[in-house]
Design a protein around this ligand. Structure first.
Ligand code: SF4
Length: 352
């Protein structure tokens, strides 16, 4: 378990990430002469802050296209932020020495959604798992086989099969190979991007249990990116909810599930099918996720929010601590403090 008195292992501070086509020379000239429109920009992340302590499992949840995978990639170092900073063990990642940067890159590994696409189909499992540790000098001389076997066993994969190729295995076994490959460089921190989403439900449970076992055995820290609240509830210590490039709510897992504050979180939770004695009406969130090419002004959720007020259309809500370690970015919390109380907001959300 994580120690709350420790400084974060990794921290995203006010990170924004935009994607857009770089204008060529002709377009630049046309833009200067006002003969062309500026190229479209995707606002994937907008001023996001998130910290993760050693030993913690943080679940990052949101609809497809909300920017959670982009945040995972920025935190893993695969993408650079357009603005903001990534702090690794107290130091700005861009200020690390080459040696420190190399160590930080090895200590952070990513496990992707599609286990087949992440594996080279022309390499045997043994070569796949040993490639990176060999390149980084982590395998003792003459110890390649034992080294590979150890990490395959840790990932629950029978080393007897290591001479075969990825296409000869099921999705669950391939994902175990991906996990073994990530573990083989001895990381401290794993970013799992929808790592169980492509697996059968029974295999999902096995792989989630494997992640939990590995956390205990290897003292790992996780950022677990998923659209599946059920998976996140099972695995996480803390949950961050994303909506269109912003984190709208963040709290310990039991707090999010018992007392969701943000209307978007309340709507997401009301969509989870549950077996209950008292029937609760299922109500889907209305409308589509707006385009990140042109996100709505003010609170990004306002076109779909049943509680939106005028202020929501113009002003970005600030994150407010609504309970210990429970943060939410909704104007209703300001209104609630001055008038009806935050409990009234949560109660009204429960009937969405
Ligand atoms: Fe809804 Fe306004 Fe809160 Fe956004 S700030 S979630 S629009 S009430």
């Amino acid at each position: 378990m994580s120690d709350e008195t420790m400084p974060p292992m990794i921290e995203a501070r006010n990170v924004s990430r935009r994607f857009g086509a770089k204008p060529d020379l002709a377009t630049k000239i046309a833009l200067k002469l006002r003969l062309a429109k500026p190229p479209s920009t995707v606002h994937a992340l907008d001023n996001v802050s998130l910290s993760i302590r050693k030993g913690e499992v943080v679940g990052l949840v949101g609809e497809s296209g909300c920017g959670k995978s982009t945040l995972g990639r920025v935190i893993a170092g695969i993408l650079e932020p357009s603005e903001g900073q990534i702090i690794w063990r107290g130091k700005h990642r861009n200020s690390l020495s080459p040696k420190e940067r190399h160590a930080a890159a090895l200590a952070t590994q990513m496990i992707f959604q599609n286990p087949m696409a992440a594996l080279n189909p022309r390499m045997t499992i043994e070569d796949i798992v040993s490639e990176a540790p060999r390149a980084h000098g982590l395998i003792p001389k003459g110890g390649r086989r034992d080294y590979v076997d150890r990490y395959l066993r840790l990932a629950g994969f029978d080393p007897v099969l290591k001479g075969r190729y990825p296409h000869q295995f099921s999705g669950g076994q391939r994902q175990r190979v991906n996990i073994a490959r990530a573990l083989a460089v001895q990381p401290d921190f794993l970013v799992c991007d929808e790592s169980v989403a492509a697996l059968d439900v029974s295999i999902q449970a096995q792989v989630i249990n494997l992640f939990m076992e590995l956390r205990e055995r290897l003292d790992l820290t996780y950022l677990f990116v998923s659209h599946d609240l059920g998976v996140v509830e099972h695995i996480s210590d803390r949950v961050a909810i994303m909506y269109l490039g912003r984190i709208v709510e963040e709290a310990p897992v039991e707090e999010v599930f018992r007392r969701p504050n943000h209307p978007y979180t309340q709507a997401l939770l009301s969509e989870i099918p549950r077996i209950e004695l008292t029937k609760r009406r299922f109500k889907a969130i209305q409308g589509e996720l707006p385009s990140p090419l042109n996100p709505p002004k003010g609170c990004h959720f306002h076109p779909r929010c049943p509680f939106a007020i005028e202020r929501c259309r113009v002003e970005v809500p600030a994150k407010r601590e609504v309970a210990p370690r429970h943060w939410s970015a909704c104007h209703l919390n300001d209104e609630a403090v001055t008038s009806t109380g935050i409990g009234a907001v949560a109660a009204s959300g429960a009937s969405m």
